[in-house]
Write a protein that binds this ligand. Sequence first.
Ligand code: FRU
Length: 342
Amino acid sequence: MKTPISISLLLLSILATASLSLLSSCSMQEKKQFVIGISQPCDDAWRQKMNEEMRREQLFHTNITLEFRNSEYDNARQCADIEEFISKGVDLLIVSPNVADALTDVVSKAYNSGIPVIVADRSVNGDDYTAFIAGDNRQVSRLMGDYVIANMPNGGKILELKGLPNASPAIQRHETFSKMIGTMPNFEIVESINADWQWSIADHIMDSLLHAGVVVDMVVAQNDQMAMGARAAADRYFGRENNKIRFLGVDAMTGDGNGIDAIIDGRLEASFLYSSGGDKIIRLAMNILEGEPYERQQILPSAVINRQSAEAMDLMAQETEHEVETIKMLKGKVDEYWHQHN
Ligand code: FRU
């Protein structure tokens, strides 16, 4: 997350960039224009945040157009979106594959046709891509494992809710977490079920388990949406006050109705930061397009977010939002002046 100070620096830099652009109108007109195709597997709150971060970063690059596609968890549709980008001849493709097996061929096809490809957040099989950038899923689940062990001194019964089968974050988060907890004597993973990253599916699973008499002390969900869905079902079953099950999630996103809100209002006990990194993805894309050096594998760090840090994050996010609005307003004014000047 950017601190308000770094946002202020951004603010200064956008003004400097804009003024320089105005002074050197010729060179700006000559800058090569790029079209970047962005293929997302869905449009949940986390994806919307990533897309918004990309649009925000776009403010600093006057020579790019971003084209977004959302395949609504449908592999065939995501393949078709990428085929469309290939035939259009986009200058660069950013793709977050719904699941690896179904998307690997079409991503390879784009890469082998000469389009630079950034694979973001979820991986493909093999290494037919230009660069990969994602949160550190192993670190996420190590932190989760540490948290569970430290905060449940007497052990307990755990329900693990996983994302889509064959999506790399789901596989990596499960492997690391189950290995850690599996070696602890007083813990039992009573069920480990795919809820496909979705609130409604997690709600349904939790509801069925509780009605079947399954006893759970803690739900460890691979994202906050699933943790909140399971919590909603348990609140209905026990009543909010009598619901003693503890809930952990992943993502730790700020914004209305997201994980940080749920930690602050007590529905989730903690979450583990999984950065969407949209701004970094666009900076990486610009380095590739403009022939600048770049790291081929970028892994973004995680952190545990509990009640205290959630409150701090929420305050900082509000500051950031305010600064971003100011940047957008200033950018609008610079653009307006630019058009008049021409
Ligand atoms: C968003 C999401 C996140 C999760 C990530 C894993 O679509 O489900 O909640 O952390 O994807 O790829």
